[in-house]
Design a protein around this ligand. Structure first.
Ligand code: 5GP
Length: 116
């Protein structure tokens, strides 16, 4: 499937849709998920147009992981979460709903339900 320039994260990247941005570097941004699975649920996305993990060149993939590591550490520290999940879905069949690659950073507490 070809990358759809009208997906919501492409609009956020172009400044055409709002977001609560918490991090930015040369290749990535991070912002709060609008329908959080837990307090502090944050999304990290590359600026490059890529639908999924398979479309991301190695340099951008490495940069996305590094950004995710930084964001995850900051989120975990800021809200004192005992655990933290990082998830990334590829394809509608896997549950992907926004077709611009994104890393979910989801703080976890024991006993809390999660539906990704
Ligand atoms: P997926 O199911 O594709 O892995 O996750 C997409 C995520 O994007 C969901 O957690 C959903 O809540 C989030 N999301 C969808 N639309 C928006 C939006 O307009 N703004 C923000 N900040 N998050 C969004």
């Amino acid at each position: 499937m070809a990358y759809d320039n009208n997906n919501i994260f492409a609009k956020i990247l172009r400044g055409e849709a709002p977001c609560f941005k918490v991090y930015e570097d040369e290749r990535n941004i991070a912002f709060m998920d609008v329908m959080p699975q837990s307090e502090g649920h944050t999304l990290v996305i590359p600026k490059m147009a890529a639908e999924n993990i398979f479309d991301l060149p190695p340099d951008d993939a490495a940069s996305l992981i590094q950004a995710t590591q930084k964001v995850a550490a900051a989120v975990k520290r800021a809200i004192k979460a005992p655990g933290l999940m990082i998830a990334q879905l590829n394809g509608a069949e896997a549950g992907q709903t926004v077709f611009h690659i994104h890393m979910h950073v989801i703080p976890r507490w024991s006993g809390a339900d999660l539906k990704l």
